[in-house]
Design a binder for this molecule. Structure first.
Ligand code: AMP
Length: 192
């Protein structure tokens, strides 16, 4: 007997369609021309939240992730939950001036202007395998800066994980082009 699978009927395809249905598009936020992907309906829906965390974590079971680095602020929500699923620790990367201890900081370019991110200096042991988590991958500047902070402490960035990837901004190519070629994994892809 031959068993065939229709990809559209696989549970995974249904799950991703469900997640997609829980993302809200907000035009012109925070500035004109930006289509903001609002994840709060997904967070408020128990099934969508559960599926999101399960799918993000499942991809990295067996990948020996020691630490999840979550990017302020929405990366904390997903990163913290994924860390507990992977039996990994959690390290916050925060905007300037929020972390209480000694920090390393990095200035990076945004689409318009600059931003600064910080990480506590003693948060990543040498050789620790790191997964960088955020809600949305846009141009990749933010995730790339978080990865650089982790590497400066001797961490090995094994992978990046996002709930949503804006394919048309090509952030993936920016992360892929980094030295160690980490995996980039996103649940929902948004075309141009
Ligand atoms: P980037 O550095 O361009 O990849 O931007 C990523 C950061 O900005 C993430 O922390 C996202 O939460 C946020 N972000 C950028 N663009 C969007 C968007 N269109 N919708 C929602 N969040 C966004």
């Amino acid at each position: 007997m031959t068993i065939t699978f229709d990809p559209d009927k696989l549970p995974g395809a249904h799950a991703l369609a469900y997640l997609q249905s829980k993302l809200r598009d907000v035009p012109d936020f925070p500035k004109p021309g930006i289509l903001f992907k609002d994840i709060t309906p997904l967070l408020a829906d128990p099934r969508a939240l559960h599926i999101t965390i399960d799918l993000l974590a499942e991809r990295f079971i067996g990948e020996r992730i020691d630490l999840v680095v979550g990017i302020e602020s929405r990366g904390f929500i997903f990163g913290g939950a994924v860390a507990t699923r992977l039996n990994a620790g959690f390290v916050p990367v925060r905007k300037l001036g929020k972390l209480p201890w000694k920090t390393d900081r990095l200035t990076y370019a945004l689409e318009y202007g600059e931003a600064e991110l910080e990480m506590h200096v003693d948060s990543i042991p040498k050789g620790a395998r790191v997964l960088v988590v955020d809600d949305v991958l846009a141009t990749g500047g933010t995730a790339s800066a978080a990865a650089e902070l982790a590497r400066r402490q001797g961490g090995v960035v094994a992978a990046f994980a996002f709930v949503v990837e804006l394919d048309f901004l090509a952030g993936r190519s920016r992360l892929d082009s980094e030295n160690t070629q980490p995996a980039v994994y996103s649940l929902v892809h948004v075309g141009g």
